[in-house]
Design a protein around this ligand. Structure first.
Ligand code: ADP
Length: 175
């Protein structure tokens, strides 16, 4: 699909309306993409996350859900924080929860008026999701959403060539 862009890069540098953060339920920052986004974006993001925790999600953001903040010093306007499933804990709900991260983030972006959204490979780092399985789910969910929203486009931003290759090969095999 020509409204899906697949690239290698650092998602914190993406100059799009919204980037998606592979957050954890605390919304207080962490390692991987989450750490990079908070480090580069600065304290405005964490301040907003703290308010969200206080007012909307005192027990933390559930897996598969998302919230948005502004993006501080980042090039994007918004950060959409979503919590991916932890692969060895999500059991039979893994695929559904991972798909939900993508679909709900895109719905939120649409509500924010964002036409271009960049995603990292949610759950494929510390959360241990097999990269080929995650690729299939991510692509399916995004393609399905974009089919109903023909003014939107999505970038998948991979950290390295190998991760990008796994994604591209999985899509070629399965689609
Ligand atoms: P999770 O906890 O959801 O697994 P991680 O941040 O550990 O999230 O990793 C998700 C994916 O993001 C991994 O494939 C990792 O290599 C990649 N990643 C890490 N930092 C960046 C970055 N700055 N830009 C894009 N992708 C990144």
């Amino acid at each position: 699909m020509d409204r899906i862009i697949i690239k290698i890069g650092d998602i914190t540098k993406e100059n799009v309306c919204a980037i998606v953060n592979a957050a954890n339920c605390s919304l207080m920052g962490g390692g991987g993409v989450d750490g990079a986004i908070h480090r580069t974006g600065g304290s405005e993001i964490l301040q907003e996350c703290k308010k969200i925790r206080e007012h909307e999600y005192p027990d933390g953001l559930p897996t598969g859900e998302c919230v948005s903040t502004r993006a501080g010093n980042l090039a994007s306007m918004y950060v959409i924080h979503t919590v991916g499933p932890i692969y060895h804990q999500c059991g039979e709900h893994c695929d559904e929860l991972l798909a939900s991260c993508y679909t709900k983030s895109l719905k939120m972006a649409d509500t924010l008026g964002c036409k271009h959204v960049a995603f990292p490979a949610i759950s494929t780092g510390i959360y241990g999701y097999p990269k080929d399985k995650a690729a299939h789910i991510a692509y399916e969910a995004v393609k399905h959403f974009l089919e109903g929203h023909d003014d939107m486009e999505v970038s998948f931003v991979f950290h390295n060539n190998e991760d990008k290759a796994i994604f591209v090969n999985t899509i070629k095999e399965k689609h």
